[in-house]
Design a protein around this ligand. Structure first.
Ligand SMILES: *Cc1c(COP(=O)(O)O)cnc(C)c1O
Length: 346
């Protein structure tokens, strides 16, 4: 490996968007003859594959998304990478892919971030280093069956502050498309869940909405999630509520926010079925995921019927704001983290 340049890159961090910026190193490990190879870093950002690779023909691919941050005292950390590792195991098993060992997953993330330390945005810039671990079937598959060979990779890309100039509440619609079937793949992080959401999100944008609220496919009466974020609601008496369903992707941000609500803010929390017809009674609504932590939702439109939350269209609701500040405070090292939440890289 060439010597890694630790001086920060000359990037205008605050004007970065959420787009791919090539960094210097990525991690690659190959699975062949029933075993993962030793793996390691490479500077090659391209992949050469069989035209018949399992990922290309039958979408046999899963991924993860996480971030590296610079804390207030100048360390580079990632947030709960062990949970991403465990979730990727669940995703891989559901698509008949070999498991990439959880400890090796975390090591690969650490190695890749360390090698790209020059791209980790400084504290206070609002920007972060997005980390994308993923795995795919790489050998030729024409009959419908799992591939025999796989590649696991991790790349990083610096991304800008999610909210430029403050978090403005968004407007979402109740979608007529379904995201996930009961007993399907909604609970795993598979590219296929995103491929089929593309039409729905383009259509939502064309109709002037920021996101889709998906309902449970079986009864279309219960709230599931959006294409890439879980819901949090706050009741008028300040209980934090999140939908429970087997077809929701178990967001690490959502699980962390519920912990923060209970143990840092002393709030009551509930994970339960949430019916669409009770949404109008909530005081606040937010979407949670790694990208934004929480995006406030100001309005939900259900076929012309508008639900406007009391928190309004100008700013986050007060409890959502507290949750956001506490979790980002933990991630940036301003507030003491629960044991094991921050993995210090250097
Ligand atoms: C990744 C993802 C989320 C958010 O999960 P985090 O672990 O918080 O980033 C939510 N919903 C879906 C469908 C996702 O793919």
């Amino acid at each position: 490996m060439e010597e890694i340049q630790m001086e920060k890159k000359n990037i205008d961090w605050s004007s970065l968007g959420f787009g791919y910026v090539k960094t210097d190193y990525r991690y690659v490990s190959n699975f062949k003859n029933g075993a993962w190879d030793e793996g390691g870093l490479t500077t090659d950002d391209t992949i050469t594959l069989s035209e018949c690779a399992g990922v290309l023909q039958y979408a046999q691919t899963v991924f993860e998304g996480m971030k590296a941050y610079t804390t207030e005292d100048g360390h580079i950390v990632t947030f709960r990478p062990d949970l991403n590792a465990a979730r990727m195991v669940d995703s891989a098993k559901r698509l008949e892919m070999p498991v990439f060992p959880e400890d090796r997953f975390v090591e690969a993330v650490v190695e890749t971030v360390k090698a790209n330390a020059a791209y980790v945005p400084p504290y206070g810039s609002g920007a972060t280093l997005y980390i994308r671990p993923y795995m795919f079937g790489s050998d030729a598959v024409i009959g419908v069956k799992p591939a025999n060979e796989y590649q696991f990779r991790v790349f990083t890309t610096p991304v800008g502050p999610y909210f430029k100039g403050g978090a403005k509440p968004i407007t979402i619609r109740v979608s007529d498309f379904d995201r996930a079937a009961p007993h399907g793949t909604g609970h795993i992080k598979a590219g296929l869940n995103y491929a089929m959401s593309l039409h729905a999100i383009v259509d939502a944008h064309n109709q002037g909405y920021d996101e889709n609220m998906y309902l449970d496919a079986a009864t279309r009466t219960k709230v599931e999630e959006t294409g890439g974020a879980n819901f949090l609601f706050v009741t008028k008496d300040n209980t934090v509520v999140t939908p429970k369903s087997n077809s929701i992707l178990p967001s690490i941000t959502r699980r962390s926010l519920l912990y923060v609500a209970e143990h840092y803010l002393g709030l009551k929390v509930e994970e339960r079925e949430v019916y669409l017809n009770e949404v109008k009674d909530f005081a606040e609504c937010g979407l949670c995921g790694t990208a934004a932590v929480i995006s406030p939702v100001g309005k939900i439109v259900d076929h012309g019927k508008e639900i406007v939350f009391p928190s309004g269209m100008e700013k986050m609701g007060p409890t959502t704001q507290k949750l956001y500040e506490t979790l980002t405070g933990i991630q940036m090292g301003r507030i003491e983290a629960p044991e094991g939440w921050l993995k210090v890289i250097e």
